[in-house]
Design a protein around this ligand. Structure first.
Ligand code: NAD
Length: 259
């Protein structure tokens, strides 16, 4: 018996086998869940996602191209998911984007309006857009997770506009949790420590962050993506049935360190 036997859900955000979304999906599937996947449109992206899934032994995945900035793509993805699965039990939001030109130490003050709007749209608004569509497929309740980072609360030079977007994502999660709780839908965020993914490598100064976590976190090491997956398993499963609107750090305890 797996913890998630019979549970179905959608996972947004696999770019390759380093993606947090992949490690989360793998953990959920190992526990018995069925995952459908939405990926950023483009032949190269499709190839990367397929390569990742096939290397993980998944050859019959349900895959749907979806640019989350486009309402028509989101509508089509959730409609296709309804046809495939009828209902779902969970949603993983593991997407973010900001123009890397402004993800460098000293560049925050120069953030242009369009760069700000795009980062907030893709990295924060889309959680609302997805939750609104997912709830209509969750008649028996469900669990929604967004991925955030400590740069929402403290300054990490280089994280810049992404920190602002993560603060908005975390607030979105609380407001969604408040409204969707009455339908039995829980909404939480996981605040992962730094992981070497495509997105993370766009952040200026990220190498220094890895070094500091190793030196200063209580566990004296960086986290593994599998550890984010295990916390996602807890949040999707019935083990966390009383937990909503929370932000759970999976960061070797780095966020508690003062000195
Ligand atoms: N890697 C880290 O250190 C770290 C730490 C904490 C939180 N996070 C967060 O985890 C999440 C996943 O990032 P990751 O580190 O796995 O990197 P990643 O690059 O593997 O994944 C980011 C995903 O976002 C997708 N995306 C970007 N714009 C999109 C759009 N318009 N529509 C649909 N998808 C879009 C990309 O295609 C990609 O699949 C992000 O929210 C990120 O901010 C990452």
């Amino acid at each position: 018996m797996g913890l998630l036997d019979g549970k179905k859900g959608l996972v947004f955000g696999i770019a390759n086998d380093r993606s947090i979304a992949w490690h989360v999906a793998k953990t959920l599937m190992d526990a018995g869940a069925t995952c459908g996947f939405a990926y950023m449109p483009g032949a190269k992206n499709l190839h990367r996602v397929k390569t990742c899934l096939e290397a993980g032994g998944i050859t019959d995945a349900w895959l749907n191209a979806c640019d989350a900035t486009k309402d028509e793509d989101l509508d089509a993805t959730f409609e296709a998911a309804r046809e495939k699965y009828d209902t779902i039990d969970f949603l993983i939001h593991s997407i973010a984007y900001a123009d890397r030109v402004y993800l460098k130490p000293g560049k925050f003050t120069e953030t242009p309006r369009d760069v700000f709007a795009q980062a907030l749209d893709i990295s924060a608004y889309t959680l609302i857009a997805m939750a609104n569509r997912a709830r209509k497929m969750m008649p028996h309740g469900g669990s929604i997770i967004g991925m955030t980072y400590y740069g929402s609360q403290k300054v990490f030079p280089g994280y810049n506009v992404m920190g602002v977007a993560k603060a908005a994502l975390e607030a979105n999660s609380r407001y969604l949790a408040s409204e969707l709780g009455q339908q039995g839908i829980r909404v939480n965020t996981i605040s992962a420590g730094p992981l070497k993914t495509l997105s993370a490598m766009a952040v200026g100064g990220v190498e220094e962050i890895f070094e500091w976590v190793e030196k200063k976190s209580p566990l004296r090491r960086n986290v593994e993506a599998e550890e984010v997956g295990k916390t996602a398993l807890y949040l999707i499963s019935d083990l966390s049935s009383g937990v909503t609107g929370e932000n759970i750090f999976v960061d070797s305890g780095y966020n508690i360190a003062g000195l």
